[in-house]
Design a protein around this ligand. Structure first.
Ligand SMILES: Nc1ncnc2c1ncn2[C@@H]1O[C@H](COP(=O)(O)OP(=O)(O)OP(=O)(O)O)[C@@H](O)[C@H]1O
Length: 291
């Protein structure tokens, strides 16, 4: 199967123009020993069946992108991966979500511990109304993490999020004084401060301008060396630029109720999804003919 190289270019029809896949990596066709897996994942909001039978594996030190039209359940699936749906009234999850082989929905699993291992960065930067320093120190403090030197940990997290040089002289100032792109990198720093294994990102660049977006994308590629990243994005160019594998979802209307249930159409190496998808629905979507 084709692997992505920096020079790969996939001519696409429609409004997308050419899609460039930037990751220069040779990967197996399917993740070996995946960090996370969903098995027959179904999600309901009350009676509404939002997501149907999603089976997906997320590879270690890989970036997996989840793409698809609005309402196909990408964010719902993402939120299942660290039990954020527990916080949504009426949400109900069936099937399994495995983290290193253990189902995180089992009764004896503490969702707070899950979210420490599997952190999340949201669409809109959401720093706390605190100083830059305290935004980073907050997680380690509340989770009771053993920290030898908090100053060092704050610096390490800010360096890890490529923000240190910009903020090192104003650590005690409010995080609200940062630009949107800096705030998003601060949120990434806040996430990595608690030393997670997996970082979930829900459209992390949709509120950012193109320059700030490029910085976050570069950061994602750096973070991939240490973390496993799973990202929901509407931006197909972004999926093509940063991800190793892509999962394409769509929504299928129920014949009687008309309700649209999300399902996984296709999952493969990003280079394959964007150059030679298996399913016509994927091809129509990535070529801009649908969605
Ligand atoms: N808290 C909720 N309560 C009820 N229904 C919800 C809730 N959150 C999402 N849904 C519904 O579940 C379906 C999937 O939504 P979800 O946000 O996961 O899709 P998405 O693919 O991420 O969409 P988008 O790209 O627009 O963010 C949609 O029909 C949505 O209206």
């Amino acid at each position: 199967m084709a692997s992505a190289t920096s020079s790969d270019t996939f001519p696409q029809m429609g409004s997308l123009g050419e899609v460039h896949v930037s990751a220069e990596r040779r990967l197996p066709d399917a993740p070996v020993n995946p960090v996370m897996e969903t098995r027959d994942l179904n999600v309901f909001y009350g009676d509404f069946h939002a997501v149907h039978d999603v089976n997906l594996a997320y590879g270690r030190h890989e970036i997996t992108a989840m793409i698809g039209p609005s309402g196909c359940g990408k964010s719902t699936v993402l939120r299942c991966l660290n039990r954020m749906n527990d916080l949504v009234a009426g949400a109900h999850v069936e099937g399994e979500v495995l983290y290193h082989g253990q189902d995180i929905y089992q009764k004896n699993v503490d969702p707070i511990a899950v979210r420490t291992q599997i952190g999340m960065v949201f669409q809109k930067p959401n720093p706390f109304p605190k100083s830059i320093y305290d935004n980073i120190a907050y997680g380690p403090r509340v989770t009771g993490m053993k920290v030898d030197n908090m100053d060092d940990l704050v610096e390490e997290a800010l360096r890890g999020a490529a923000l240190w040089d910009e903020v090192k002289d104003k650590l005690k100032q409010s995080a609200y004084g940062l630009s949107g792109g800096q705030q998003q990198r601060l949120c990434i720093a806040r996430t990595i401060a608690t030393k997670p294994d997996v970082i979930l990102m829900d459209e992390p660049c949709s509120a950012l301008d193109p320059i700030a977006t490029a910085r976050v994308e570069d950061l994602m590629l750096e973070l991939r060396n240490e973390y496993t990243i799973i990202v929901v994005t509407h931006n197909m160019q972004q999926a093509a630029r940063v991800s190793d594998r892509t999962a394409f979802f769509t929504a299928r209307p129920d014949e009687t109720t008309g309700n649209r249930t999300g399902l996984l159409v296709e999952y493969d190496l990003t280079s394959t999804i964007f150059s030679n998808p298996n399913d016509k629905r994927t091809e129509d979507y990535i070529s801009g003919r649908f969605g």
